[in-house]
Design a binder for this molecule. Structure first.
Ligand code: ATP
Ligand code: MG
Length: 287
């Protein structure tokens, strides 16, 4: 390991840029994730949040920049190194990525058997334990195919399958999207307890500000200033400082509060300017 690497850093994303054809998606994205931290990435649909996670697990190569996992480049890793790094990481995909031709129990068992080579007794234990963790009754769902489950149940099976691997690093892409508020809260509690009980380092992509505030140690907000530029990091900090920053940056405020109507933002601009007795400079009004 590089002597200059801070050993508390588990994931280091450095100057990551990515374009597809002429379309710039990500521009100079840099951030570190510390051991046992839960970092939440927020941003509008299509800004590149899933792309960041896919780069981190080595599914996509960046055009520029590097990604270090425990100080080792996943971009430059050999096939064998990539396999070893991947074993430390689990990802809950936005689209779940469950195998429809397998039952729920086979979906969970598959990576435990093929990648971790666990014995059948341990696999059996983990199937039941993780399904219960995500509030699914093993007896009801084990033999079902994913096609027989509701959207929220599929999401929970996908989470169970990833958690069952007991990875040191967990990446969740929209883990609560499509879930009712109570189940969302349950999932957030699980994400939190993976951190506090098992010291897992996590990155969670979400649109859901309530979840973000509940689980995040730090939050990253990504946004693009025009259609031609890729997304950049506009904010990185704690949930508390996000709230303070949002009072100054109404584009961020609009995202957090889910305000679409520019009129409503203008009203808020006036309201905040009065409140803080200062002019707010905001490019959203130029658009
Ligand atoms: N293989 C690809 N080829 C071309 N463009 C792609 C490819 N994959 C992703 N993109 C583009 O990259 C951009 C970012 O996609 P990404 O899925 O990361 O967005 P997101 O922030 O996760 O959005 P959402 O919140 O809707 O999930 C999108 O505009 C998408 O069309
Ligand atoms: Mg996405």
């Amino acid at each position: 390991m590089d002597k200059n690497v801070d050993e508390r850093i588990v994931i280091s994303v450095r100057n990551l840029s990515k374009a597809y054809g002429k379309r710039q998606i990500l521009t100079n994205i840099s951030f570190d994730v510390y051991k046992s931290e839960t970092l939440v990435i927020i941003g509008k649909s299509g800004t590149g949040k899933s792309q960041i996670l896919r780069h981190i697990i080595g599914l996509i190569k960046p055009d520029k920049g590097d990604i270090l996992i425990y100080g080792k480049s996943i971009v430059k890793a050999s096939k064998k190194e990539l396999e070893d790094l991947r074993k430390k990481m689990g990802m809950v995909f936005q689209e779940n990525a469950l195998f429809d031709f397998m039952t729920v129990e086979e979906n969970i068992a598959f990576p435990l058997r093929e990648a971790l080579h666990l014995d059948e007794e341990e696999i059996e234990k983990r199937i039941n334990m993780t399904l219960e963790m995500v509030d699914l009754n093993p007896e009801d769902v084990r033999k079902k195919s994913p096609a027989e489950l509701s959207g929220g149940m599929k999401k929970r099976v996908a989470i169970a399958r990833t958690i069952a691997m007991e990875p040191e690093i967990l990446l969740y892409d929209e883990p609560t999207t499509g879930l009712d508020p109570v189940t969302s809260d349950k999932i957030n509690t699980i994400i939190r307890s993976m951190q506090t009980k098992l010291n897992v380092t996590s990155i969670v992509v979400t649109h859901d500000m309530k979840s973000a505030n509940k689980i995040a140690d730090r939050i990253i907000y990504i946004d693009k200033t025009s259609e031609d530029t890729g997304a950049k990091i506009m904010f990185i900090g704690t949930p508390e400082t996000l709230a303070i920053e949002a009072d100054k940056n109404l584009r961020l405020k609009a995202f957090i509060e889910g305000v679409y109507d520019p009129e409503a933002i203008v009203l808020k601009k006036k309201e905040y300017e009065e409140k803080y007795s200062e002019k707010i400079d905001l490019d959203v009004f130029k658009k």
